[in-house]
Design a protein around this ligand. Structure first.
Ligand SMILES: C[S@@+](CC[C@H](N)C(=O)[O-])C[C@H]1O[C@@H](n2cnc3c(N)ncnc32)[C@H](O)[C@@H]1O
Length: 220
């Protein structure tokens, strides 16, 4: 299955004000906490693929920590903003890629990164399979997704209202993914989850890191 038009079109239509809107809707605190968590998940030897990078808010935090970063998205306006933001990082490149089916060879990367992608797509399992395809055996998957899990009721309602005010109704593909669901989906794609955590004080993000395991070959 590949990307549906509406899935990324919805975000493309909001690309010009995406950073400002995210800051209003989610708050800078959660984004800062996600960035701090990400800082501990990479090494300077990692060749990293980011899927659904948007305007590059998290690419900017990761690029200085790794050997190479290819930041990808389906939306060109989003990629243009990411490129402008990361202009100073010579190890960062930007490409239009569909997270459901990228053009990269198998086992190309040491790590794949996705922030706020899996909860906005209609079929996260297919994207996780694609991550498993392009990561080498023993390589990493690093995921962070905003979730309503653990968010106090009032804070959740206020977040929903801020979202509606800025972005209107969410696309039909949007869903809430709990940390357990993210872990299960990631394991089903062939990764061993080593660390899983809910971060954030009021609004939360479900974060995990997993390692790709070689899959047993089926008996003949
Ligand atoms: C909610 S935004 C998150 C952006 C960024 N990761 C962040 O957290 O600030 C989701 C991004 O995923 C992109 N996207 C949606 N479907 C995609 C697909 N199938 N392949 C690649 N990118 C996709 C959208 O264009 C958008 O930039």
């Amino acid at each position: 299955m590949s990307s549906t038009t509406t899935e990324h079109q919805y975000w493309e239509d909001r690309s010009e004000t995406f950073d400002e809107d995210t800051s209003y809707i989610v708050g800078e605190d959660l984004n800062d906490e996600i960035k701090s968590w990400l800082q501990n998940q990479f090494t300077p030897l990692d060749a990293v693929l980011e899927l659904g990078c948007g305007t590059g808010a998290f690419s900017e935090a990761v690029a200085p920590l790794v050997k190479d970063l290819i930041a990808t998205d389906m939306s060109e306006p989003m990629l243009h903003q990411a490129e402008a933001k990361l202009g100073g990082h010579r190890n960062a490149r930007f490409q239009k890629q569909d997270a459901y089916k990228t053009s990269f060879d198998e086992a190309t990367f040491d790590a794949v990164l996705m922030v706020n992608l899996l909860h906005i797509v209609h079929d996260p399992a297919v994207i996780l399979e694609e991550c498993s395809r392009v990561v080498r055996d023993g390589g990493k998957i690093v995921v962070a997704d905003i979730t309503s899990e653990g968010t106090p009721l009032l804070a959740g309602i206020q977040l929903g209202l801020r979202y509606l005010r800025r972005w209107g109704r969410p696309p039909a593909s949007n869903r809430n993914l709990s940390l357990d669901e993210l872990v299960r989906l990631t394991q089903e794609a062939g990764f061993q989850v080593k660390d899983e955590v809910l971060i954030g004080t009021t609004v939360k993000a479900a974060c995990l890191i997993g390692y790709k395991q070689g899959r047993p070959t089926p008996d003949n």
